[in-house]
Design a protein. Structure first.
Length: 340
């Protein structure tokens, strides 16, 4: 056991001489005011559901979660906080720890609130909770979590994709392989093996699709994972065009997060609708065919009409089941690739 500190010895001596205890010493001190601790995200209970408050530019923004409860909200926040607490135990694994914590928190959120818009949960809840210093170990409280999120959020989305769809697809002979930890030479070797005519930057490949064959796994595509179109999607377009031209699958998988700072922001996304003037992002998919389909997890996205080719449609998905339009599309592409 360690030796008692001089301060504790002095304190015990004072208590002994004054015939007092610790409670007497603390008597009269003001109670700490929890309201003075600024939080980046909090929730209040409504008659039906909860209202989540978070800082958004100069606004005290609000997001109503109709079917949620405060206990469920605290469960999601605790999932994130508990995961991030591991940073003090294994500082050399900070990126994987943060990625795991965010992925677990989001998957817990869509499990508890299956009727909520997944993109809203990502954009208005998990992202804001990650940027709240209160949810990080005290020694990291002064870091810029908004900047940290740009890397962690992207890696976490890829991990979410693997955890949600991986087991189901694996049972059908298709594998989602996350390459975010792979080194540059490994990625470059993969690109060279594809025989693409265009010069491709290997570090743009993060999520690979392979199919099982008697000779081993066979590459048949890449999934481009983006939280929003504001990210550098143009980096993926040349890669996707080259992959499609060579007969590979190259879908865009996105939360399509987009909102304007306000007291009650709307996460409208950027894909827009199909009536009237279509957005440039939608035309890139439906007209230009830059990707092998687009899968949006924003409930405000409008799906493409069925008369468009399957590989040029915008699809709307959620996390209700891994057996959905995205996984079935990937399985169909694998079967077509094998036959070709």
């Amino acid at each position: 056991m360690g030796k008692p500190s001089p301060v504790s010895i002095c304190l015990l001596a004072i208590l002994h001489e004054t015939n007092a205890d610790l409670a007497d010493l603390l008597q009269g001190l003001p109670e700490p005011d929890a309201s003075q601790v600024e939080r980046h995200i909090v929730a209040e209970e409504l008659d039906k559901g909860i209202r989540v408050h978070f800082r958004y530019a100069k606004f005290d923004a609000q997001y109503n979660l109709t079917h949620g409860s405060l206990d469920e909200f605290e469960t999601v926040i605790k999932t994130l906080r508990d995961g991030l607490s591991n940073l003090v135990k294994a500082p050399g694994q900070s990126e994987s720890i943060k990625t795991d914590a965010v992925a677990r928190a989001f998957l817990k959120a869509v499990e508890l609130w299956p009727r909520a818009n997944p993109s809203d949960l990502w954009w208005f809840l998990v992202y804001r909770a990650y940027c709240d210093p209160y949810n990080h170990p005290a020694e990291f409280a002064r870091l810029d979590f908004t900047q940290s999120w740009k890397r962690t959020g992207g890696w976490a989305l890829e991990e979410i994709l693997v955890r949600h769809y991986g087991p189901f697809l694996r049972g059908k002979g298709v594998n989602l392989v996350n390459l975010f930890i792979a080194d540059g030479p490994s990625k470059q070797k993969l690109v060279q093996s594809l025989g693409l005519r265009d010069r491709i930057e290997a570090d743009k490949i993060d999520m690979v699709l392979t199919g099982d064959t008697p000779q081993g796994p066979r590459f048949f595509g890449v999934v481009h994972v983006k939280a929003s179109f504001a990210e550098r999607r143009t980096d993926d377009v040349p890669l996707s065009i080259a992959l499609r031209s060579a007969g590979y699958t190259s879908p865009l998988w996105t939360m399509d997060c987009k909102s304007t700072p306000s007291a009650q922001p709307l996460n409208r996304g950027e894909l827009g609708g199909i009536v009237g003037r279509r957005s440039a992002k939608r035309r890139d998919i439906e007209d230009e065919g830059y990707f092998t389909g687009c899968f949006s997890y924003n409930a405000n996205t409008v799906a493409s009409p069925n008369n468009l080719p399957a590989a040029q449609r915008v699809y709307v998905c959620n996390f209700a089941s891994p057996d959905d339009v995205f996984s079935n599309f990937i399985l169909a592409r694998w079967q077509a690739f094998r036959k070709s």
